[in-house]
Unconditional design. Structure first.
Length: 278
């Protein structure tokens, strides 16, 4: 949402959640909903990949498909006998929805595109920079680590998934965040953990890798959050910033520090999460 309702409405997905039940005296912290869209792509996503291609006739094009785990991804041509390329990137799961295109941002007259992508299948189309050029080349494709997340918000339900520092939630509407899901992209062997502080309940248990922390359908506000990594390389950390009722943006927290408030009854309204050093 920009301004009033953050990217949520028109902006731009896990594993089973731990179940924690409190009967008669508190909320039911429920399991995560069904696996989000394109979860199957995550399971079959490709790591760094280099493919060979050839433009054999004037004006021809060659299309490469890439199942991206998501995050900050790059597509770069490497010159062979075709020294001057033109690269177009389409997706997700579409060969007609153009994301970006480039002529010679790479080495020499090679092409280079870098874009933040959600998990999915993308298509990189290569041609000669002019209609008469032919020859061979290679295309290198890979994604850097990222984090994907969303809030469940009063009146709106689950927000759309966002990436790497984009705001999820609202500000200026006096709406509470109620639950949180987040998971890592392109970081095999690393887990993201989180716990939320709920009004009338306190801190929930620890959740990880896409499980739902918080409640839905109970009109219960999130008030604070802690997020941290396990298995991460040295220098890699998760950062986050919370927008809080009556305070606004609090400033960056990292490595399990509390963002939000406890004991003051202030609702958490929106959240930004991103990685550094990974």
């Amino acid at each position: 949402m920009i301004g009033f309702k953050v990217l949520a409405r028109g902006a731009w997905m896990s594993v089973a959640a731990l179940a924690f039940m409190v009967t008669g005296c508190g909320p039911e912290l429920e399991e995560a909903p069904a696996a989000p869209e394109a979860q199957e792509v995550l399971e079959t996503s490709q790591g760094a990949l280099t493919q060979s291609g050839q433009i054999s006739s004037p004006g021809a094009r060659y299309t490469h498909s890439y199942s991206a785990a998501g995050g900050k991804c790059r597509f770069q041509t490497i010159a062979g006998t075709l020294t001057d390329t033109y690269l177009s990137l389409y997706g997700p799961s579409s060969t007609t929805t153009l994301i970006a295109e480039d002529n010679d941002s790479g080495v020499g007259a090679a092409s280079y595109i870098q874009a933040y992508l959600h998990p999915g299948t993308y298509y990189a189309t290569v041609r000669g920079n002019t209609s008469t050029q032919t020859g061979t080349y290679q295309l290198a494709m890979d994604c850097y680590p990222g984090v994907r997340y969303r809030l469940h918000t009063e009146d709106y339900g689950w927000e759309k998934w966002v990436l790497d520092g984009v705001m999820s939630g609202t500000w200026g509407l006096e709406l509470r965040a109620e639950a949180l899901q987040l998971y890592l992209l392109s970081m095999p062997g690393v887990s993201i953990h989180y716990t939320v502080h709920l009004g009338g309940v306190g801190w929930t248990g620890e959740y990880a890798n896409g499980a739902t922390a918080g409640t839905t359908g109970q009109s219960r506000q999130m008030e604070a959050v802690r997020i941290w990594l396990s298995g991460a390389p040295a220098g890699c950390q998760v950062n986050y910033n919370a927008h809080v009722e009556g305070i606004g943006w609090q400033g960056t927290r990292s490595g399990g520090a509390i963002a939000g408030t406890t004991g003051g009854g202030r609702r958490l309204e929106s959240l930004k999460v991103w990685l550094t050093g990974c």
